[in-house]
Design a protein around this ligand. Structure first.
Ligand SMILES: Cc1cc2nc3c(=O)[nH]c(=O)nc-3n(C[C@H](O)[C@H](O)[C@H](O)COP(=O)(O)OP(=O)(O)OC[C@H]3O[C@@H](n4cnc5c(N)ncnc54)[C@H](O)[C@@H]3O)c2cc1C
Length: 573
């Protein structure tokens, strides 16, 4: 095993990881900083895939209070209000930093002010963007800035376990697999940031990047950390539906299309959203996804089993100019977005749930910090489009500043528990000790199980079925081995590790979904279709007992309405 040392180790190079690296370096230039990432820095993760844009209350007619109220109401009053306030108040500063210090250039109005577009579920058009491919602008500029600084990179290094000290009281470092060689690498660090970005890729239709398999959440669970809001999985209503033989299926067609006035039509080519919500197609993602799912269940579908999105009535030329990237993506799959109709289906997009964390991004494990989609609490029961990249960049920056200060003040280098290190290696080696089997079949079964029974609409019977199925799949995977003993770039091995994490996190989602007997935000129970009283809002927590996947410990905590109570508003009436 290779052994390395660094002061600050950052897991992941999305918006959270790269912002943390830049801020930590600026705050404490003398500290060594290493970014370890499963893919290539600047080329992986979901921040790069951001299409629509970034919410920030920049306009004179808008306000931080309005953005806050939209976030709290969108999250069905489940958010940690202090975290949500940090999000909306710091987003303005982050957008300025992205443009004025890091070199991003966002789209402009004729008067030179930043153009902000409409996104569903918001009372003001506040989404900052670069055309409809905003994430590429953000990640390219962040990556350039990281490359230009003295920041170490461990690319194609997959973190597999958080290793604590022998007496379990703090984090000592992180075990990785160097994917190029298959060698194990232990990185000892004074502070570690978990920023691997969640990503619900356990559903049949999903949007996140291929490198995401909830690794951070699985590592956090195995290390005994508590997660919250895991039942809250956001489905984006308009995933491209281009058949089962292309990975383009499930990829997202951005929210701005509905924001700009796009219509959804069922198989009979009739609009149906007005029957579900007064905002019609501009309703929040949960409402639109459920409405589409209802059409699918009723059999009112397109040839591939979804519904149609059409922009034709807005003028083909206008649509081509405003949504160039989306028009080209649809054309690649044989659809004319500007002048015709595109088949779409709800697609698993974002996890509101994640590790419990504090306002300075510290966690209950000394030495471990968390930011971005690996964390829970900012969005509550639902995330507004545009608040995802705001979340990862705002809290990534905070984490960078906080880790620098923490390492300077008290971040000792701690020796790892060598037994725990060996156990983590043995866990990763497990598939090499079994006869080769078909893990693709396990994956397909997982995707179907989560889509059917732990997806957009849930019920007691479906969840009971899923509990049995997930336990079976876990056992099946654990008995399935590799054909090749070679470790170097053994992608089947990494698929096995991905699946192992996805099954564990699926079981956490399932447990939390079974615990919440009401419908709220992204979580809808057919057998409990009503929402409980807002004043008694509580969030569900989940942690692994004794590190065993069958033994989740569930908890329920009342939301502290630290800024505003249900029924009140920060806005003038
Ligand atoms: C298609 C798409 C469109 C989106 N559009 C928008 C939008 O318009 N507006 C918006 O606000 N949000 C949008 N989002 C959500 C947004 O991308 C996320 O909220 C946010 O960018 C997540 O940032 P992150 O830094 O937490 O994670 P990511 O950006 O996903 O980065 C995670 C990083 O961790 C690495 N990693 C993963 N596992 C490991 C491991 N085991 N070891 C080491 N590294 C690891 C990955 O390789 C990656 O570098 C979109 C998401 C998708 C998928």
């Amino acid at each position: 095993m290779r052994r390395l040392q660094t002061d600050i180790l950052i897991l992941g190079s999305g918006g959270a990881g790269l912002f943390a690296a830049l801020h930590a370096k600026q705050a404490a230039p003398e500290l060594s900083i290493t970014v370890a990432v499963k893919g290539l820095l600047g080329k992986c993760g979901c921040t790069r895939m951001v299409q629509g844009g970034y919410n920030a209350a920049l306009a004179a007619e808008d306000s931080i209070e309005r953005h806050f109220m939209d976030t709290i109401e969108g999250g069905a009053w489940l958010s940690d209000q202090d975290l949500a306030w940090t999000l909306v108040s710091s987003a303005v500063e982050r957008v300025r930093e992205l443009e004025n210090e890091l070199g991003c250039l966002f789209d402009r109005n004729a008067d030179g002010t930043i153009h902000q577009k409409a996104f569903a579920g918001q009372t003001f058009d506040r989404t900052v963007h670069k055309g409809d491919l905003t994430g590429i602008e953000i990640i390219n500029r962040l990556a350039e800035q990281v490359w230009a600084r003295d920041i170490e990179r461990l690319e194609e290094h997959r973190a597999i376990a958080l290793i604590k000290t022998p007496n379990n009281d703090a984090l000592a470092g992180v075990l990785h697999i160097d994917m190029r060689t298959g060698e194990y690498a232990f990185v000892q660090a004074r502070a570690v940031l978990l920023a691997t970005g969640g990503g619900p890729t356990m559903y049949k239709y999903h949007t996140p990047s291929g490198d995401k398999s909830c690794d951070g959440l699985a590592m956090a669970l195995r290390a005994g950390l508590t997660l919250r809001d895991m039942e809250m999985v956001q489905f984006h209503p308009t995933g491209l539906l281009a058949g089962s033989d292309t990975r383009m299926t499930g990829t997202v067609l951005e929210e701005g299309l509905r924001g700009a006035g796009g219509y959804l039509l069922n198989g009979a080519r009739e609009r149906f959203m007005q029957q579900h919500d007064a905002r019609a197609e501009r309703a929040t993602r949960d409402i639109v996804s459920r409405a589409i799912f209802a059409e699918m269940r009723a059999g009112n579908t397109t040839p591939n089993g979804g519904v149609y999105l059409t922009m034709n009535h807005l003028g083909a030329e206008h649509v081509r100019a405003a949504f160039k990237g989306m028009v080209e993506r649809c054309a690649d799959c044989g659809f004319d977005l500007a002048g015709g109709m595109v088949e779409v289906v709800p697609t698993a997009h974002y996890m509101m749930g994640g590790a419990l964390f504090n306002g300075d991004c510290s966690t209950s494990l000394p030495g471990l910090f968390a930011a971005g989609e690996d964390t829970g609490g900012v969005h509550g029961a639902n995330r507004l489009g545009g608040n995802g990249v705001a979340n990862s960049t705002v809290f990534g920056a905070i984490a960078g500043d906080a880790m620098a200060a923490w390492v300077r003040a008290e971040g000792a280098r701690r020796a790892p528990d060598e037994d725990a290190l060996q156990r983590a290696v043995a866990d990763a080696e497990q598939p090499f000790h079994h006869a080769a089997g078909d893990i693709e079949q396990v994956r397909e079964a997982l995707l179907d199980c989560m889509w059917e029974d732990v997806g957009i609409v849930r019920s007691e019977a479906g969840l009971a079925r899923a509990a049995r199925r997930l336990a079976e799949l876990d056992a099946q995977l654990n008995a399935t081995g590799m054909a090749s003993p070679d470790r170097a770039f053994n992608l089947t091995w990494h698929d096995w590790l991905n699946l192992s994490n996805l099954i564990l996190v699926s079981r956490a989602i399932h447990s939390a979904a079974a615990e919440r007997r009401e419908s709220r935000g992204a979580h809808f129970r057919e057998d409990f279709p009503k929402r409980g009283p807002l004043e008694k809002s509580s969030y569900v927590t989940v942690r692994l007992k004794d590190g065993t996947a069958d033994r989740f410990e569930l908890g329920e905590q009342l939301v502290q309405f630290s800024i505003i109570r249900p029924g009140e508003s920060l806005l003038p009436r």
